[in-house]
Design a protein around this ligand. Structure first.
Ligand code: SF4
Length: 451
């Protein structure tokens, strides 16, 4: 059972020294209980207590990491069944499959699409994460050559090594060097050999079960061999079976802390459908319901982009609005006669407004006021975007040192604030901007500082 904050507090030294970055031991204990910080952040806790609390406060789905130091891939760490109960922690990894059966052109095409299909949305880079490299010929030299090609061709990809042959996997894992791969997939028959490969290479290993019971038996065997970082494939190869197995595993881990299933899962839509659209639909179901990794047969923009957006939505913390930092943002190289605009720090607002300004090609200063992630009208109604606060922020940001004129453009929805703002900002003229960001380019092109 997970420990409560009070139970954890009893085991802390209670110095209230703040060296953990949190002012009091009580607040620290609450954060450890909520999984928001690690017990190791307190330098005064003994190893024994660390182990005791670390074990008890670990998430029911283990956090598993692999990849390189520069481009780590993290999966698992989940603590709940439903996103609204808290949040989902680590987005499902999207992998593309390459095999030793494929021609060079097919492999090159997949790697090129892995690198090219990247989309920036609300300040987040959306892209596939992993390349699954499958040994279909059983030929060690051909397999290692393919792994090396992937390592060079997809520099920031996490690598999943897939083979039935432990020796081939060992050679390929060695070729990966510091880019620790995931080794797939251990069965009851080869679990000992795969455990040795994973231990020698210091990487996690994936269970390859025939069904849930089989996966549990393999997982127990690998844990008994001393492995801690596992990924589970229950062997399901239909969408219904995969969905059921993912739900069974998540419920068993979260509700009863059942250890053998307390690991992220891997699913193979690439083996469940004959066409790309059906494969994408299956992947979308499994992203929504608990897959830690989904492996796709190929990457195409029209299929990948919707999956990335779905993933972004599901793995965004519903309790914390996406925000950008309060600051002055120069856009298109502004100078002392450029317009000054202000809006809130809800990231969607920022990216829409800044995108329109950028598109207008008019050099501008965009002031972003911290409204705790609330949109313009909501922030104003909540008292977080009032005239006095805007005036205070503008003084602190020292915008007056950047422009000669004294004219501020406010969102059209805040027109009623004009008089109040002019009182707070002595010497400034307040201009009401358009209500819709889409009208900003035309507005800015016409704009001239007030005489
Ligand atoms: S570092 Fe340890 S003792 Fe100091 S406040 Fe944090 S938890 Fe308490």
């Amino acid at each position: 059972m997970a420990l409560t904050g009070i139970q954890i507090l009893k085991m802390l030294p209670k110095k209230n020294c703040g060296e953990c970055g949190i002012p009091t031991c009580l607040a620290f204990a609450m954060k450890v209980a909520a999984g928001q910080t690690e017990i190791g952040e307190c330098p005064y806790v003994s190893d024994e207590v660390k182990e005791q609390i670390g074990e008890a406060s670990a998430p029911p789905i283990r956090t598993v990491k692999f990849g390189s130091a520069e481009h780590p891939f993290t999966t698992g760490g989940e603590t709940c069944l439903f996103r609204h109960e808290k949040r989902f922690e680590n987005p499902t990894g999207l992998a593309v499959l390459v095999t030793t059966d494929m021609s060079d052109a097919d492999v090159d095409g997949r790697l090129a699409r892995f690198n090219a299909l990247r989309y920036e949305r609300v300040g987040v880079m959306l892209k596939a994460d992993l390349v699954a490299v499958k040994d279909t010929k059983g030929n060690a030299a051909a397999y290692t050559a393919l792994v090396q090609k992937v390592l060079g061709g997809a520099a920031d990809a996490g690598i999943i090594l897939m083979s039935d042959n432990a020796d081939n996997l060992a050679a390929a894992a060695k070729a990966c060097g510091d880019r620790k791969p995931l080794v797939y997939g251990a069965t009851l028959g080869n679990a000992d050999a795969f455990a040795k490969v994973a231990k020698d290479a210091g990487c996690p290993v994936a269970v390859k079960g025939g069904n849930v019971d089989d996966a549990v038996a393999i997982s127990e065997k690998l844990m008994a061999a001393g492995l801690k970082d596992l990924i589970i494939d229950t062997g399901a190869r239909t969408v219904r079976a995969a969905l059921e197995d993912n739900v069974i595993a998540r419920r068993a881990a979260v509700k009863t802390r059942y250890k053998p299933l307390g690991f992220p899962t891997i699913a193979f839509p690439c083996e469940m459908a004959g066409d790309a659209l059906m494969e994408a639909m299956i992947a979308s179901v499994l992203i929504a319901k608990y897959a830690g990794i989904v492996v796709l047969s190929d990457l195409q923009g029209d299929v990948l982009f919707p999956l990335l957006l779905e993933r972004l939505n599901i793995f965004t913390d519903p309790q914390r609005p996406m925000v950008v930092q309060q600051d002055i943002y120069p856009i298109n190289g502004p100078g002392e006669n450029s317009p000054v605009l202000i809006t809130c720090n809800f990231s969607l607002t920022y990216f829409i407004v800044s995108g329109e300004i950028e598109g207008s090609k008019v050099p501008s200063w965009l002031l972003i006021k911290d409204t705790e992630g609330l949109s313009v009208l909501t922030a104003w109604a909540a008292g977080k975007f009032g005239a006095d606060m805007i005036a205070q922020f503008m003084k602190k940001a020292e915008i007056e040192s950047k422009v000669k004129h004294r004219e501020l453009i406010i969102p059209g929805y805040l027109a009623s604030m004009k008089g109040e703002l002019e009182e707070e900002l002595a010497g400034w003229t307040i201009t009401i901007g358009p209500r819709e960001a889409g009208h900003l380019p035309a507005f800015l092109k016409e704009w001239k500082p007030a005489a």
